[in-house]
Ligand binder design. Structure first.
Ligand code: ATP
Ligand code: MG
Length: 356
């Protein structure tokens, strides 16, 4: 069966109006997620106000329009959810007010690597980008802000504790990069069960107590998603901007939009989009194969008016290098995959220079 595209669904949804504001729900930014399956379309709408009767009317209208247009063979599911809990918003605002965004003295650019969903390669990008920038002569720090699932210790091959002296924490160094991760201090299993306040406490300490010294770049590897913990982190640090990592499939675009939306809300510029796993490089012969229809990242960047930083191959060596703790830009510096990371690092420097 021929399924509709993301764009076709969006066009149908743009016929639905918020009866109160008399404006279409796409422009109002209510469309949080569109998932297209084999014979099903699954929509999430997030309203900016928690009015229940209105919520039902908008949801029913959207469902009717999609069902009428798509026919009986496509199952349509529309979930309408309210705004993010006010308590969470307040907590984030308060913590931002109390401390105000700050950045470690001596650090020129703080750059977060983020994604709307998990497993797209944030940590792989963060570690390789950090090492590539260091290889180009910059002084670089990498902070693993994924307090729930830290990957930096494994991917950078570090199994030592940071130094503690006089209430300060001294980062560990590997592959020419200064590193800090909660994974240096607690076990993976312990980090998994951390709750919000503890997690932000740890992040606070990373920001206030870690001696980074003079850095050109401090790269942050964020936890996946666009929830409270991500908001807290980006509001606490004065970020130069964020890099959003995505995969090429069209369905990933909604996640990019969500991440972009979060950063826009807190006035953090998106410095660019990276498309990971764009194409496959055969480990034997180096032959390049397009597995997914690639190019979604570039399209998303164009639609959102942000730079496209480049695409990365899906390559056995990228994962293998991460697993043994030597990022691929260091482990196989002559490879196509290493070159792709190096190009992205160069593109990032260019974007930063343009903004200066
Ligand atoms: N381009 C690539 N080629 C091959 N393997 C890759 C590539 N990018 C990432 N991987 C592998 O995919 C897995 C997930 O990547 P990674 O941990 O970087 O994602 P993440 O977005 O940080 O995940 P999480 O959301 O859990 O933090 C890892 O095993 C990694 O080695
Ligand atoms: Mg990660």
């Amino acid at each position: 069966m021929e399924m509709p595209t993301q764009e076709e669904i969006t066009a149908l949804l743009s016929l639905v109006e918020d009866p109160e504001l008399q404006h279409n729900i796409v422009d109002l930014g209510y469309v949080e997620d569109i998932r297209i399956g084999d014979a099903a379309v699954d929509i999430t709408l997030r309203l900016s106000k928690p009015v229940t009767p209105l919520r039902k009317a908008i949801g029913d209208d959207a469902k009717t329009r999609l069902t009428d247009a798509l026919g009986p063979n496509v199952e349509v599911q529309v979930d309408v959810v309210g705004p993010q809990p006010a308590s969470a918003q307040r907590a984030a605002q308060q913590s931002a007010q109390q401390k105000g965004p700050g950045k470690p003295a001596g650090v020129q650019h703080v750059i977060a690597v983020a994604s709307g969903k998990g497993g797209v390669g944030k940590s792989t990008v963060a570690t390789n980008l950090a090492v590539a920038l260091a290889q180009s002569g910059a002084s670089v720090g990498l902070m693993d802000a994924d307090v729930y699932g830290p990957s930096v210790p494994t991917m950078m091959g570090v199994d030592e504790k940071p130094g503690f002296a006089d209430g300060k924490v001294y980062p560990v160094q590997a592959h020419g990069v200064l590193l800090m991760s909660i994974g240096f201090v607690v076990d993976d299993e312990d980090a998994m069960i951390w709750r919000g306040p503890m997690a932000s406490g740890a992040i606070n300490q990373f920001i206030s107590d870690v001696v980074w010294g003079e850095l050109d770049y401090l790269i942050l590897d964020l936890p996946p998603g666009t929830g409270d913990i991500q908001l807290t982190i980006v509001q606490k640090l004065k970020l130069t901007g964020a890099i959003v990592v995505t995969t090429p499939q069209e369905v990933a675009l909604a996640d990019v939009r969500r991440a972009n939306g979060m950063f826009t809300k807190v006035d953090v510029p998106v410095l660019g989009i990276v498309e990971n796993m764009s194409y496959f490089v055969c480990p034997g012969c180096g032959h390049r194969e397009e597995i997914f229809a690639h190019g979604g990242g570039r399209t998303a960047a164009e639609q959102m008016g942000v730079p496209f930083l480049g695409e990365l191959p899906l390559a056995y060596g990228v994962r293998a290098a991460g697993d043994i703790g030597i990022p691929v830009v260091r482990a196989e510096p002559e490879s196509e995959q290493a070159a792709a990371f190096t190009r992205i690092a160069a593109e990032l420097s260019r974007v930063l220079a343009d903004r200066a």
